[in-house]
Design a protein. Sequence first.
Length: 386
Amino acid sequence: MTIDIFWRIPTHGEPSSHRARQPFRGDWFPGNDNLSKAGLGGGGKDGFTYIDYLAEIAHAAEISGFQGGLIPSFPMTDEPWVISSVLARETRTFRFMIPFQPGFLNPVTAARMTASLQRATGGRALYNIITGGGGPQQLWWGDTVGHDDRYTRTTEFLDIVRGVWNGGPFSYDGKFYHVEDAGLVDPLSKEDFPEIYFSGSSDAALVSASKHADYYLTWLEPFDDLREKFRRVKEKTDALGRKIKCAVRVDIVARPTEEEAWEEVRRGFDSIDPAIIRQFLASSDGSESVGARRQRANRPTTLNSYKDLIVEPNVWSGFSLLRGGQTQGIVGSYQQVAGRLDELVQLGADAFILASTPHLEEAYRVGEEVLPLVRGHSAPALRKVG
Ligand SMILES: Cc1cc2nc3c(=O)[nH]c(=O)nc-3n(C[C@H](O)[C@H](O)[C@H](O)COP(=O)(O)O)c2cc1C
């Protein structure tokens, strides 16, 4: 069995460590107009910009054994299709996991965009289908469709992308889309269909995932909960006569010893503004996301030390305090982190998306020190470039 391991591209800037707060790397530091930091600060007199920094991370990840990277898509990030296209010519094996909300793109256009990217990169594009957390975040994008209907729209969208992929003619009459005699033309129609990673923890998400996903993607949760989640999604997919794999997106802090890893977390935690901690303890962000609610489930009511957020051996649920995003991640020595990833494989995981701050240096560290210890880790393949 082979395990695909991806890294992550911080398209929202990032600080230089878990202790630093300003995301100046990648040029996303609000008020960074004077581009005062030379080099990695983004731009400035040397002309070195955020995209050069992202390209460095992609290079570091591909050199040190990752399959590719997730390019996140939130209101506060750059746009992943564009970033992937720019990084494509800078890399050779790096695969681009592109998150997007199907509702925001026409499906035939999306098929054509994807086929062009496949053709230009030798098949290095992957989808991370996201269906949206709802609430204020959804309205930011101008989307008023309700939670379960959004998943119906996602399913219809993927029906059409598959339908037109090999040339059609394909017609479809759904609740959200109507297409007549559509199909990609040769040579676009000869490209490989992208692997589909699919996230969403609700029942509606599982219905859509079981029909279309190659990989069901989740954040890290308590290990027993993940065992049950994987079992459920695999059972639903088996019932449709398909097979699905599972993938876990997980932040890590890996160091030569466990003490050093926790010391890094402690220093990061001790540098957090108390206002951010109060906000963290005050639960909801108004989203309808079942996955986000599951992430919040183990939050303590008071928080005096980073130790209050240790939820099981080597699992810390304070990562969103250090850099936003998901809450649970793995902390430990190189062996311990690899050991916990192996345990997730035993529970049903087939792939990982790892991340650690700063993504450049940590790509090398994790690639060189942790990846070789993960059993079944697969080496990236050199693909033909179109
Ligand atoms: C690993 C992972 C990565 C995600 N990445 C993104 C993202 O980049 N952008 C986004 O808007 N939502 C992202 N999501 C959110 C989900 O795709 C989904 O929209 C959300 O969990 C709501 O669905 P649910 O109620 O079924 O959980 C991600 C979720 C997971 C598990």
